[in-house]
Design a protein around this ligand. Structure first.
Ligand SMILES: *Cc1c(COP(=O)(O)O)cnc(C)c1O
Length: 417
């Protein structure tokens, strides 16, 4: 074991990207808080496999209890939820339930009747595309609805697209609205989208994989208005709620829809408690389940509702302050609003022609990342390369952002000299 651990430190650790570092600002910054690490260790040591209630009664029950706590914290209705590994898998299950609602016999007949259409915005995460591929709906039937100047889905464009599809003999099936998009953390107008979904009787799935954490704060609830009218919602506690990767939660208004799509009980899995207890194997494509709820339970208990809120609020405040610094600095510009804890910006050094800004910003990012004091990622917004600074690590403090600002200014100077 000594020599194995030696190799771990000498060979593997230098090759790791340190997601737990307080100046990891790339993608969506995440953190494995210590109580969650301990819970993961215990879950592995106990090796629970919660496919049936009787194969792990406590894991089955704790999942329901913690997900009810989380729903209360987020101000969601008392919907039933289930834990999967990632948002991609949560969304796949939501869209499978949406497909089954429209084609109840699809389990036996496969896809029948007119093609089903799924709608999302041009800012939506690629996991929607993957779900559409996997469910056999075909990418030709995924409509990327145009977003506005602040990267939010245009409800009128959604309505127009649905009408056009109906007229062409296609069947609208589901809409995916995002609260906290991956590129900019923009929030689709869920309330208006919910009205359209009700009119056309289609499933509304809300992707709040990252943004869902902000629902803990009363002052951010306005971004989630209308979510209570959705059919399903995904939130990733492994993103901005300090739970070690991986843990994603899917909530559904009518969870029976998910069970109808996935329940199959082989003889060797039948138990006498059927109907009285929940068997997690009925809620998706996996049979076996890890004891993931243990880490969410420990984190929620350890920090408490107010402790969770304080930390998420602190991240938003640091992002707002960083955004203000960008706005005031003559050599930087902000490229998107900051509704949550992500700042999209770029350097604009004086005298540099506009057509060289993309290359300069990518060089700036590479320079900073190579140097290693902080880690940034990028996206493209309205054809411009944008740097992304995401704050979501439990150990990130104002001093880390001071350092980030200094590094940015120094790196820009170094590249311009
Ligand atoms: C990160 C993210 C996803 C995908 O998350 P996984 O859990 O890695 O599958 C989906 N949607 C949004 C909005 C995200 O930010």
């Amino acid at each position: 074991m000594d020599s194995i651990l030696d190799d771990f430190e000498k060979v593997l650790v230098p090759g790791l990207t340190h997601w737990n570092h307080p100046r990891f600002f790339a993608y969506f910054s995440i953190s494995a808080a210590a109580p969650g690490v301990l819970a993961d260790f215990l879950a592995s040591a106990l090796n629970q496999q919660a496919m049936l209630w009787r194969t792990s009664p406590a894991a089955t029950e704790l999942e329901a209890v913690t997900l009810s706590w989380l729903a209360q914290l987020m101000g969601l209705p008392d919907w039933e939820g289930v834990i999967y590994d990632t948002a991609s898998v949560s969304t796949l299950h939501a869209l499978a339930a949406a497909r089954d609602r429209i084609l109840p016999e699809s389990r036996s007949r496969g896809l029948y009747g007119p093609p089903l259409v799924v709608y999302c915005s041009d800012q939506t995460h690629s996991s929607i595309d993957k779900a559409v591929i996997l469910l056999g709906l075909g990418l030709d039937h995924l409509r990327k609805i145009e977003s506005d100047g602040e990267f939010r889905m245009k409800p009128e464009a959604l309505r127009t697209a649905m009408r056009a599809d109906l007229e062409a003999g296609l069947q609208p099936c589901a809409v995916v609205a995002t609260v906290g998009t991956t590129s900019t953390s923009s929030c689709d107008p869920v309330d208006e989208i919910a009205t359209i979904c009700e009119q056309f009787d289609v499933w509304l799935h809300v992707d709040a994989a990252y943004g869902g954490a902000a629902a803990l704060l009363p002052e951010c609830r306005v971004l989630f208005q209308g979510c209570e009218r959705a059919d399903s919602l995904v939130v990733n506690p492994h993103k901005w709620l300090f739970v070690p990767f991986d843990l994603s939660v899917l909530y559904c208004r009518d969870f029976e829809g998910v069970r109808r799509a996935f329940s199959l009980v082989a003889e060797y899995l039948k138990t006498s408690g059927e109907g009285q207890v929940k068997n997690l194997m009925d809620t998706g494509i996996q049979l076996g389940r890890r004891f993931r709820s243990l880490k969410l339970w420990m984190i929620l208990r350890y920090f408490g509702a107010e402790g969770m809120r304080q930390r998420v609020r602190g991240h938003i405040e640091m992002a707002q302050e960083f955004g203000r610094w960008i706005d005031q600095h003559p050599d930087f510009e902000r490229l998107a609003p900051v509704p949550m804890s992500l700042v999209c910006f770029r350097a604009r050094p004086p005298g540099l022609p506009a057509d060289q800004l993309d290359r300069f910003n990518l060089e700036l990012m590479d320079h900073l990342n190579r140097e290693g004091t902080l880690f940034l990622s990028h996206t493209r917004l309205h054809h411009k390369i944008s740097l992304r600074l995401a704050i979501g690590n439990i150990r990130t403090g104002p001093e880390d952002l001071n350092l980030a600002r200094r590094c940015l200014v120094q790196a820009m100077a170094a590249l311009r000299s």
